[in-house]
Design a protein around this ligand. Sequence first.
Ligand SMILES: Cc1cc2nc3c(=O)[nH]c(=O)nc-3n(C[C@H](O)[C@H](O)[C@H](O)COP(=O)(O)OP(=O)(O)OC[C@H]3O[C@@H](n4cnc5c(N)ncnc54)[C@H](O)[C@@H]3O)c2cc1C
Length: 306
Amino acid sequence: MISIDKQQNAVQASPTLSGLSFSLDLSVLELADNQPDPQILYDLLVIGAGPAGINAAIYARRKGLTAAVIGRTVGGQVKETNIVENYLGIESITGTELTAKFQSHLQAYDVPLLRGRTVTAIRREGEDFVLDLDDHSHFKSRTVLIATGAGPRQLGVPGEKEFRHKGVTYCAICDGPLFSGQDIIVVGGGNTAVESTIDLARSVRNITLVHRSVFRAEKILQDRLAQLDNVEIKLGYVVEEIKGDNRVTEVVIRHLESDRLEIVPASGVLIEIGNKPASAPFQDLVDCNQWHEIIVDANQATNVRR
Ligand SMILES: Cc1cc2nc3c(=O)[nH]c(=O)nc-3n(C[C@H](O)[C@H](O)[C@H](O)COP(=O)(O)OP(=O)(O)OC[C@H]3O[C@@H](n4cnc5c(N)ncnc54)[C@H](O)[C@@H]3O)c2cc1C
């Protein structure tokens, strides 16, 4: 049976076979109708329509401020996630469904949203701020909230882009369960990579942990790792290429000292080499640290004041 629930903006399908049911939320397919107005001087413009940006805009509206959101994508990293588990009150939900909920929450407060646009710079205009967008449009605001989040650092090797979502992932702990019973490679040597490896060793068949130098992970994690008999540790190696057909089937790794190449059969490549803040357009305006993270005080304020 298929029914369309207009109020919920969703298509529900409930086949008679037990256990088979799904719902497709149509709101993610629609463009937000309430667009920001370039003529208005807003109290607050939020850059980024991930969970942080959407949340901030909703609370700004609740406080009675005029606010709008400009974001390249809606949902941010959540949209990229297959399954989000244990968001309090929701045991399990797809990233797409959660994003649709975020968006309808924003719409309920009638917050204007411009999606598919990138802010390329923030300029001062007297006390106020002007946002320059990639389509050469401009928006003005008394205050700006930068919620552009981060993206995963990438290896930059052949096959990485081609096999993204086809075996290549950037969140071992979120996507690891997809590789249950299979052979995988985890790349990285920090706490996240090692912790993920320890966790996943329970559900996958074999893990090869590849890292270019020595581990940065805490000693206690390294000790736990050493006790696992289905984990092979390859220190001093880098990933050279990810290969496959429709999905990943093998990974070529290179021993840095000898330049020797090895082929590791694997159906998953879980890359955990850190995140890169999406702060490039704002580097000339606000103070950033050596990792390009924006420096804020205890109130999350930058060095740029009204
Ligand atoms: C695969 C994966 C699985 C995850 N699973 C979980 C989980 O299960 N539970 C959990 O709590 N967390 C999870 N996370 C982490 C969670 O998604 C992030 O912590 C969260 O999305 C951060 O929110 P944010 O709004 O700060 O930034 P982001 O989600 O990064 O959103 C930033 C937004 O800003 C936009 N943007 C960037 N630059 C510009 C610009 N110049 N102009 C306009 N827009 C711009 C981006 O397009 C994006 O929409 C997961 C992350 C990944 C990648």
